[in-house]
Write a protein that binds this ligand. Structure first.
Ligand SMILES: [Zn+2]
Length: 261
């Protein structure tokens, strides 16, 4: 996919298979399409590769090569290789937030997996997910490995320039340090929302939320402000866990608010 002059490539590291309780307040009898045959919510673990000029930027770094009760990862390196990219080619990684399914590949065996990449992440996530958890937590181990290697550059404030045409935008609620990526080139724009929006259905049914939201009320306000900004525009929307890593647009005055493209 092209956004003006910028290449945008969705990549999938694996899948989460979650119990229905993960979506708080959603009536699944009205939305059986969200469930597998055995009644689970199955969602991809998405990452996005962005090529802008001579820069190669990765948004989110998957779960990593592990299988846990609720998720399986491990496909990201092969997905990168399939588009001709090796880990050493990536110069910048932006972690939308510090949940493990967004940073699992950042370090393996005590070394940064992407040897030339600077890793950007929301500074406000450091306490809750790194400093205040026990020393064996995978997120802490990975982030401290990167810190020791001098690869971290935290994000603070809003609208941080990452690379030409790429801006990190602070969208708190899912976590307090959550950032989205705005891709802008020529007349075209895309918004890569991380976990600020978990499912496109949240547009038309704004009362449900993911149990992993740290501050659900703030997350809901952040989403609603975003929809008001984007409705009726041609901006392309995607996120880390939308089914099939689909893209869509936000409609205005058409009886529904989301259309897949
Ligand atoms: Zn996630």
């Amino acid at each position: 996919m092209k956004i003006g002059d910028i290449d945008l490539i969705p990549l999938n590291d694996g899948f989460c298979r979650l119990p229905q309780q993960f979506y708080v307040g959603l009536d699944f009898e009205r939305h059986p399409e969200l469930l597998t045959d055995d009644g689970k919510i199955e969602i991809p673990i998405g990452c996005y590769l962005l090529r802008t000029g001579d820069r190669l930027v990765l948004l989110d770094a998957g779960l990593g090569p592990v299988s846990v009760g609720w998720a399986e990862g491990g496909e990201l390196p092969a997905a990168l290789a399939a588009v001709g990219v090796s880990p050493g080619d990536i110069d910048t990684i932006v972690c939308s937030h510090l949940h493990i399914d967004h940073l699992g590949w950042l370090a393996r065996d005590g070394e940064p997996f992407f040897p030339n990449a600077t890793v950007r992440y929301g500074e406000a996530d450091w306490g809750r997910f790194v400093a205040d958890v026990n020393a064996e937590e995978p997120t802490r181990v990975i982030m401290e490995t990167l810190a020791a290697a001098g690869r971290l550059e935290p994000l603070s404030g809003d609208m941080v320039a990452i690379a030409p045409g790429l801006t990190a935008r602070h969208m708190p609620g899912h976590t307090l340090g959550h950032y989205c990526m705005v891709v802008s080139s020529g007349e075209e724009r895309a918004f890569l929302l991380g976990d600020a929006v978990e499912c496109p259905l949240q547009l038309d049914e704004p009362d449900f939320y993911a149990i992993s939201d740290v501050d659900p009320a703030l997350a809901a306000r952040t989403r609603e402000a975003l929809w008001r900004e984007l409705e009726g525009s041609q901006a392309m929307i995607a996120a880390a866990h939308f089914p099939g890593l689909e893209f869509g647009r936000v409609l205005r005055g058409q009886g529904k608010r989301w259309v897949s493209i």
